[in-house]
Design a binder for this molecule. Structure first.
Ligand code: GLA
Length: 915
């Protein structure tokens, strides 16, 4: 890892006058580069510096945007154009010269120039000469005097290899470095000749070798790494966009026209509606907008990159502007495209699963062909998450380079990884082109959702830290950024649809005594909602269940010292509802086809502004009707039989995206109208857990599966991208309602501790003793959650790889405090667990490690039976130990977890810090 000091600042000793964009001048010798864009105007080369990494691209000779590099930060003074695969006459000369040298005796003065001096005609002659004068003298090309110092020092540095070849070199009459290099060509040529390959490789110039000479002939167009890959022009990789013009033409050669560098991040207000996006200020970020144009048609496009100073992240989006006089059909527009040069092997990591088993980590090796991770369900889905990461080789938790992408979008998405024949991979993400078509009228703009690119050179952990910090600092609603959600009790698993005043109040009274801070009334409080088959859309209080109404209920809850929250599911309407009877045309469906409504629900047509308006006003009146401080916004359906009666038949390809935009409009209006209300979004559990939703709700209901062991897997995968604070994690009752599994209260608490903790159980039925235990846990949560929510999260033991065990840790560097928990899923009697090695600590600091919840069971050594113990059992033999960070990270903690569901948890504190 790059040391902290180096990460923060990179000193530029000599920034040439051509570097503009951040006002870098030669006088400014020490420039903070993080969060800036350095543009070399001469070479049209762009370097985007985030915290400690860099992303670079340039304009190629024909005006395409060629990707050069993404990785650790490189000095802005380094020449990067040699990474380009651009074709140009200079390379032909290089190849020809090398060829000419096949049998020529190198001379100390006849040196080949690497620059583009000399006319094209001369180069052409060189090429012709080379064929006819293979035995001749040195080539007739521009000469460059060798620098004696360069030659000396290079030879001195490489003394051993020079020594090994001394005889040969002497025999060839080699006097300096350039001769040595040229001799290299000859050695290569000889080898190649012996294997009947006629052309020598000019290996000393990778640009020549890879790009114009071998590259063009062997690889074709996919050889070039592009930022915005066009189709239909001989490049058969999956394109970044697909457009169709009024005449049916699909060839779209977008070429560079101009660029501008802007402090901060321009907001996305140009879009057709407003998309959720990362927020920042002028000091934190810089944006570069590269404008491309299709010359004859004048269609314009902006590639927008925002680089952040505090995180190794870039936000990337694309804006299309129809400046032509005809409509243009947009069939595909990826938010970000990154082309990777080859690695020995590429692995794609993503999050996949199902209802009740969301976001498991999947890593697979790529081979030639295209892999798509996608949703076509109208929501980002339980099955796949809008996230993908590429790594060189199998991704490792702590080391290795990982390149992550996440889409700030909640609808149909696709992440494509396309390995082409030369082994290079294109990774891109955006709105799913399936069922998507957008006719862009003259003067209209289409803006893609934002895609976040994150680089880590410290494996998956480093990537998670970048995403966590980015979402916490730049995505969550600002007013909730630094707050912990109150501990809540949700009525769902406590009473399902039986949300009577009596039931709710008795739950509330018992919860208040245990230290619960908020009560959320879930499904069942409205219309005639006694089961899932009716009343969605009838958002008025069920007077039979709640005769006192919401205002009084909220007041009574407030009087117990608790906040009040409410569940709603506004996007759906039940067939059995007054709303549907009044507006049967408000749903997404094809009128002449029977709508399949398995649950008796339909999805409202949020493409319609009247429906959006209705929802905004209807929800506003509920939110105003009582002291509601929390809203759980649910959506228990995927979208099927997509069709909007309100949209022209030829424009039905817009409906999925317009639905999403309509939802965002409703959420944006309500969250700004009610800034005090904390939203939790939900979709049949965790079916819309994405960065788009996090823009409006600082936490998301993670899964309908509340079983603690299942949650270990779900939360473990979710943590790859999403910080613990946004992972709603509720302690539920046992036997668990989804699995019938029984686990201890402590185990269930520790799983929920690493999320936004709540209760999903009927607290009125638990024993007094358990209530006391619960109070203690809630106090612990309140004390420890700031460490977990603001700290760096580490996956110490992976339950998928290690099968029987899992361990997590959060370390808050600023406070010097950490929380660690380890879980045994399946015991293996007689076999010891490995020591639990901690991560992220300061090796030189001394830490006090305290076990926070001692065990109550141990082996009876007489019988071998595990029995309850009268005295507390500490896994380390005593309540606390003191050790250096170095010891804790290298020797680890020898914790003996002995039975299924056994756990241990520690609070760790830098002893030198004041409490
Ligand atoms: C979804 C949610 C649950 C609950 C029910 C109510 O399934 O995920 O938590 O709110 O809806 O119908």
């Amino acid at each position: 890892m790059v040391p902290e000091a180096e990460q923060a600042t990179m000193v530029v000793d000599d920034v040439g006058p051509r570097n503009v964009g951040i006002e870098v001048s030669t006088e400014e010798r020490n420039v903070r580069l993080t969060g800036t864009v350095v543009v070399d105007e001469g070479a049209k080369l762009f370097r985007l510096y985030s915290k400690s990494s860099m992303y670079a691209f340039c304009v190629d000779p024909v005006g395409r945007i060629e990707h050069l590099y993404w990785g650790k930060a490189l000095p802005p003074t380094d020449e990067l154009t040699y990474l380009s695969f651009s074709q140009g006459p200079a390379k032909l000369q290089r190849a020809a010269v090398a060829k000419k040298y096949l049998r020529a005796k190198p001379s100390a003065t006849a040196l080949v120039s690497n620059d583009a001096s000399g006319s094209d005609t001369e180069r052409g002659n060189d090429l012709a000469d080379s064929d006819s004068s293979m035995d001749g003298g040195p080539p007739n090309c521009s000469e460059r005097a060798p620098s004696p110092q360069r030659v000396e020092s290079a030879l001195a540095e490489d003394d051993s290899s020079a020594g090994a070849h001394r005889d040969t070199i002497n025999a060839l009459g080699i006097n300096n470095l350039q001769d040595l290099l040229d001799a290299g060509s000859i050695f290569r040529a000889q080898i190649d000749t012996s294997t009947n390959i006629k052309c020598p490789l000019p290996w000393e110039n990778p640009r020549t070798f890879l790009g114009e000479w071998a590259g063009a002939a062997t690889f074709g167009k996919p050889a070039k790494l592009l930022e915005f890959g066009e189709g239909n022009t001989g490049d058969y990789r999956s394109p970044s966009f697909e457009l169709q013009f009024h005449d049916g033409g699909r060839v779209c050669p977008f070429r560079y026209r101009s660029h501008r560098v802007i402090p901060g991040k321009p907001s996305m207000k140009n879009a057709n509606g407003t998309l959720p996006e990362l927020h920042t200020n002028a000091k934190d970020a810089t944006t570069v907008v590269v404008t491309l144009v299709i010359e004859k048609s004048f269609l314009e496009c902006d590639l927008v990159y925002t680089v952040f100073s505090d995180i190794d992240a870039i936000a990337r989006r694309v804006v299309l502007r129809n400046t032509t006089i005809h409509p243009v059909l947009v069939e595909k527009l990826m938010s970000a495209t990154v082309d990777f040069h080859t690695f020995d092997s590429f692995f794609l990591t993503h999050l996949s699963g199902s209802w009740a088993n969301e976001r498991g980590i999947v890593s697979k090796e790529l081979s030639m062909g295209r892999v798509c991770i996608e949703s076509c369900r109208g929501t980002s889905s339980h099955q796949h998450n809008p996230f993908a990461a590429l790594s060189a080789g199998q991704p490792r938790e702590e080391d290795g380079e990982v390149y992550g992408m996440a889409l700030v979008y909640s609808g149909n998405f696709v992440a494509e990884a396309d390995m082409c024949e030369n082994g290079r991979v294109r990774l891109q993400m955006g709105i799913n082109p399936t069922n998507f078509e957008w006719e862009l009228q003259p003067n209209e703009i289409f803006e893609s959702p934002e895609c976040v690119l994150v680089f880590s050179d410290s494996g998956l952990t480093g990537m998670s830290h970048q995403f966590h910090n980015l979402f916490r600092n730049h995505l969550f609603p600002k007013q909730f950024q630094d707050t912990v959600c109150p501990v809540l009790i949700n009525t769902w698993e406590a009473m399902y649809f039986d949300t009577t005043y009596a039931n709710v109040m008795s739950l509330a009274k018992r919860a208040a005594k245990s230290g619960v801070e908020m009560l959320v009334v879930d499904d069942g409080w409205f219309g005639a909602r006694d089961d899932a088959t009716s009343s969605l859309g009838d958002w008025y209080v069920n007077n039979e269940k709640l005769p006192e109404g919401l205002a009084m209920l909220a007041k009574n809850i407030n009087d117990l010292g608790m906040h009040f929250g409410l569940w709603v599911e506004p996007e759906l309407v039940s067939q059995k509802s007054r709303l549907y009877q009044a507006h049967p045309d408000w749903i997404l469906h094809k009128p002449d086809i029977d709508k399949d409504s398995a649950d008796g629900d339909f999805v409202l047509d949020l493409t319609r502004t009247d429906v959006q308006k209705y929802l905004i006003e209807c929800m506003s009146s509920i939110f105003e009707s009582a002291n509601i401080e929390y809203v759980k916004w649910d959506m228990n359906s995927h979208i099927t039989e997509i069709y909007s009666d309100h949209v022209a038949p030829s424009a039905q390809g817009k409906v999925y995206h317009q639905y999403c935009m309509g939802l965002y409009r409703v959420l944006r209006t309500l969250t700004s109208r009610f800034p005090r209300i904390r939203f939790e979004t939900c979709c049949g559990g965790g079916g819309r857990f994405d960065a788009g939703m996090l823009h409006y709700s600082p936490q998301i209901w993670t899964s309908d599966n509340t079983d603690a062991t299942s949650r270990l897997f779900i939360q473990h995968g979710t943590s790859l991208l999403y910080p613990p604070s946004c992972i709603s994690a509720h302690i539920s009752s046992v036997p668990n309602h989804q699995t019938l599994r029984i686990s201890s209260f402590k185990y269930r608490f520790l799983v929920s501790l690493f999320g936004s903790l709540g209760l999903e159980l009927n607290i009125t039925t638990i024993e007094e003793e358990e209530c006391a235990e619960l109070s203690m846990y809630l106090q612990l949560y309140k004390a420890l959650s700031p460490i977990i929510h603001e700290g760096d999260f580490y996956r110490l033991w992976n339950p998928v790889e290690q099968k029987q065990r899992c361990a997590w840790m959060s370390y808050h560097q600023g406070r010097g405090e950490a929380v660690v928990a380890a879980f045994l899923l399946t015991s293996d009697p007689g076999h010891y667990l490995p020591r639990l090695r901690l991560k992220g600590l300061d090796p030189a600091a001394t830490y006090q490690v305290e076990e926070i919840i001692p065990s109550t069971a141990a082996h009876n050594v007489q019988t071998g039976r595990i029995e309850a113990c009268p005295a507390p059992i500490y896994k380390l033999g005593k309540k606390s130990i003191t050790a250096s960070g170095r010891t804790l990270m290298n020797a680890g903690l020898p914790i003996h977890l002995i039975y299924d569901g056994d756990t241990a948890a520690f609070y760790i504190r830098d002893s030198a810090r004041k409490m």
